[in-house]
Design a binder for this molecule. Sequence first.
Ligand code: SF4
Length: 380
Amino acid sequence: MTRGTNPFEPPAGGLSLYIHVPFCERKCPYCAFESKVPSDSDTDLWLETLGKELEWWIKRIGTPSLHTCYIGGGTPTVINGPQWLRLSEMLDSHFRFDPDAEVTAEANPNSLKADHLLLWRDWRVNRVSIGVQSFDDAELMQLGRLHSAAQAYEAISASLASGFSVSADFMFGLPGQTFRNWARTLNQAVKSGINHVSLYQLTLEPGTPWESMPEQDLSDGYLPYRWAQWYMPRKGYNQYEIANFAKNGHASRHNINYWEEGQYLGIGPGASGYLNGWRYKNISALNEYSRLLDRGGSAIASGERLSGEKKASEAAVLALRMSKGIDRKEFSLKYGIFQERKIIEKLSRFPEDLYNISEKNISLTLKGMRVANRIWSELV
Ligand code: SF4
């Protein structure tokens, strides 16, 4: 672990908090996220250890104020009502939430219960992010999801009726997915009244059951993505990031904080954080996570302090994810004019219709966003 200044100082200003719930009811065959099907005692062990990790951090950084909090996973709706209540009390006693803090809970349609919505509304949650993936039952079954399109629609309606800002995730590039099915899914998404959508292309991740699926079995992602870029803004959802579209006032402040290099504390097995210029990642296995914290140690498995060109390139890649791109003045003040010129020089190796360079900003065009991974490999 390389360190520069002390990562464990109280951070200046507030920060964001990410809580990782590492459980799912069933593992989807394409998923490489840190999660497992919990045994009876796992969820209690996780919650108890989370309390110890919070104590560990608070001793070092005090009780910072939170601009945003995101409880994600995994599937946070695997956690039952009493466990959610305990979690909310733990967070209230360790942090000072800003009065307008954005607090998001992730949910899956089949495990989201009325209890969750009531409890969240009575506590601080004001945003719900639902893993819908598709409004086509055959696609949902193929993806190994446990919910139907009708259940997804009900989960969205119930969340909206409870007064939450609602986001949903959808996937394209699935084996055999037709353009017609994708268009139908997005049309249903719009009709459902959600405030925000996140669109992801299926990728074959190492270590997953679908790892060995031939790439050619996947459907081409170009048309569905480019069509969504055309369609969603016409329905009032502005694209503010490569994968994210929101109605006015509903962009995810928590995620924008990541892309703007804001500080965040990541808590839970496998969670990552960024504090005082230092990135860290927690140990992933629940038992090891619990063993380390039981002994009074930290859950951090690895960390690095980014500096110089590496930090500038990472900041550029994060900023270019967003439609507004890099603020040239801010960037050159922070990293120097030399680093800014380097970014421009590297971008200019690509066709001109993939990026925009104005006096104030550097950004990717809609077409450039589609090939962002190619651009990142040049920039970093
Ligand atoms: S529900 Fe989400 S986190 Fe859980 S296995 Fe499926 S894709 Fe992964």
